[in-house]
Design a protein around this ligand. Structure first.
Ligand code: ARG
Length: 580
């Protein structure tokens, strides 16, 4: 709807320019917003305020001329001038109802991507395999998963890539320790964290061990088959730990999606050579670096992007250059989205710029760092265990499910054990995921079990419960939410209109999530939708409506709300429940 209003305004602007009312030349971007107060219409634009000055008119005068020049549109019932010169558009309720009827008949609920369909690489999760996945990887995994789902739903072709850290000097230490502690059955590696710590201890304590570790790295990099076998074994075990976490979280990531740092190994010398051939390399203390004008430190000195160390070793940036080239040139992607900690922002800016400078990527290829803030404890300080260690992801999920179990049992003591467990799983895991997803990606956030498990507010339990309420209407009818429904939507009561207007925004919200990689927009939308449904349900009898046409119309509105909530929750990666 906003798009068609933008078109209408553009039309009016063109007309006024042709008439000489507006000066020729590029106009500013036309802004159209959803209004908060529906008595002021459904959409508003400040275009007359923006253009009044260059036109030499008062904003309200220009607004009047714009309204006169607006083409008629079936979707708009009237346009008014408000305040200093805002244009307020009132949606035609009959046209709105028709759109919702069409959405109800459509598997994709009327959602289409606003722009052209693309091939998009989503770089997500990417734990370091030497250690166990920790809470820091939670955000990347969850937010990336949701963004990938939304893009797919919009029709894009999504390539998920789990850029795991499976290469580097720490593997020498681990291999040396594996030689001492045979782990072929995987048992010795059931706890990667303590394995890593034990290996590190040996490394720090024994010079002989440290030498062996260093030698193993060299042999591994030279492709020694024994070393490679051991290394592969280690990664398999570590990856299987990750896979079980993904499964438990309900994240769409499989072994096929793993394309770790080691996958680009063979290409690293070429990356350096190609940079050199283009005259982009400078030697600094023996290391090879790319210096770019725009990157300087606080003192104004140039910052290096190091691509090869003095000893010949390659770095994180070298691998990322190889990976981005692969994504653009081989995968022929249009876009790559990196869901990685905000603290790595400079790394991304720098290698994006270097990749462009070196012509490694197609000029139209978009590289976007979807950075996220830190997850803190309830006290607002970085998340740690009581004794100061990093919190393991599995421990966190165990606690979430345990708390959810107690909560659900308290509310519904008669549920049988199996169902109780299933609900506790959906609520516990859903709560952890939703708490993360509902905050703006770039802000730090405090992890707080009490908040995330509350049935009030913008939380998973609230939304999962709201969905079951809608589903229960259809159970009472002996039908299900997906059964076809007779009749048409007609919008009379104020609550029906407000609910309908919100339902019609689903496509726009999903497009916003896809463009900016910000699932919190979808959370906020679903929360509003659930609230509007509550007041609709309170004021507008559905099953007991006397007039059959009204009853069908309301049932259809309820069905579309239910399907939208379910679809939205699924796009966030939450498991929905039919009852709880
Ligand atoms: N393994 C890295 C880390 O844990 C994240 C990798 C993100 N992806 C990338 N292409 N750099 O910090």
């Amino acid at each position: 709807m906003k798009d068609s209003i933008r078109h209408l305004i553009q039309h009016a602007l063109d007309r006024l320019s042709a008439e000489g009312v507006l000066p020729a030349g590029p106009a500013p971007a036309i802004q159209v917003e959803n209004t908060r107060d529906k008595s002021h219409g459904d959409f508003a634009s400040n275009i007359a305020l923006m253009l009044a000055k260059p036109a030499g008119l008062k904003p309200r005068e220009l607004a009047e001329k714009l309204i006169a020049a607006l083409p008629a549109d079936a979707g708009i019932s009237k346009v008014e001038i408000a305040g200093p010169g805002f244009l307020n558009f009132f949606q035609n309720t009959a046209a709105l109802a028709e759109r919702l009827d069409a959405a109800l008949a459509d598997e994709r609920l009327g959602v289409r991507k606003a722009g052209p369909l693309q091939r998009v690489v989503v770089d997500l999760s990417a734990p370091n395999l030497a250690k166990e996945m920790h809470v820091g990887h939670l955000r990347s995994t969850i937010i990336g998963d949701s963004a990938a789902r939304v893009l797919e739903f919009l029709g894009d072709e999504v390539v998920r890539q789990n850029h795991v850290g499976d290469w580097g000097t720490q593997f020498g230490m681990l291999l040396a320790y594996m030689q001492e502690q045979p782990v072929d059955d995987g048992a010795g590696l059931s706890d990667l964290e303590s394995f890593y710590r034990a290996a590190k201890k040996r490394f720090d304590e024994s010079a002989e061990f440290a030498d062996r570790a260093r030698e193993l790295v060299v042999r591994l990099q030279a492709g020694d088959s024994d070393c490679l076998r051991l290394w592969q074994r280690f990664n398999e075990i570590s990856l299987s730990h990750c896979q079980s976490v993904y499964q438990r979280l309900g994240v769409k990531l499989g072994m096929d999606d793993v394309k770790g740092e080691s996958a680009y190994n063979d290409d690293l010398p070429r990356v350096v050579e190609d940079l050199r051939a283009q005259g982009l390399l400078t030697e600094s203390d023996g290391a090879l670096c790319v210096f770019m004008e725009q990157f300087r430190n606080a003192e104004g000195n140039p910052l290096p992007l190091i691509v090869q160390k003095a000893g010949g070793g390659y770095l994180y940036a070298t691998t990322d250059l190889a990976a981005t080239r692969y994504r653009s040139r081989v995968l022929k992607a249009d876009r790559a989205l990196y869901f990685v900690d905000q603290r790595q922002a400079l790394h991304f800016q720098m290698f994006f710029a270097a990749a462009r400078l070196a012509g490694f990527v197609d000029p139209h290829f978009d590289m976007e760092h979807m950075g996220f803030g830190t997850m803190n404890g309830a006290d607002g300080r970085p998340f740690k265990t009581r004794d100061g260690g990093t919190v393991k992801l599995v421990d966190l999920l165990d606690e979430a499910e345990l708390r959810a179990y107690a909560l659900v049992k308290g509310k519904n003591p008669t549920l049988d054990e199996a169902e109780l467990r299933q609900i506790a799983h959906a609520v516990g895991i859903g709560a952890v995921k939703y708490a993360d997803l509902s905050k703006h990606r770039t802000s730090d956030y405090s992890f707080n079990f009490e908040h995330m498990l509350s049935f009030e507010g913008n939380t998973a339990p609230y939304l999962l419960y709201a969905y079951t309420r809608v589903a229960s209407i259809f159970r009472k009818l002996d039908g299900d939410l997906d059964a076809p429904l007779e009749g048409r939507i007609a919008l009379q009561a104020e609550q029906e209109q407000a609910l309908a207007a919100k339902l019609a925004q689903f496509a726009e919200v999903l497009n916003g999530v896809g463009e900016k990689g910000v699932p919190h927009l979808l959370c906020a939308y679903l929360y509003d939708l659930a609230g509007l449904f509550s007041s609709f349900y309170e004021h507008c009898p559905v099953l007991t409506a006397e007039d059959p046409a009204t009853r069908q119309s309301r049932l259809r509105l309820a069905a579309l709300t239910g399907r939208t909530l379910r679809q939205g929750l699924q796009l966030l990666g939450l498991e929905t429940l039919e009852r709880m």
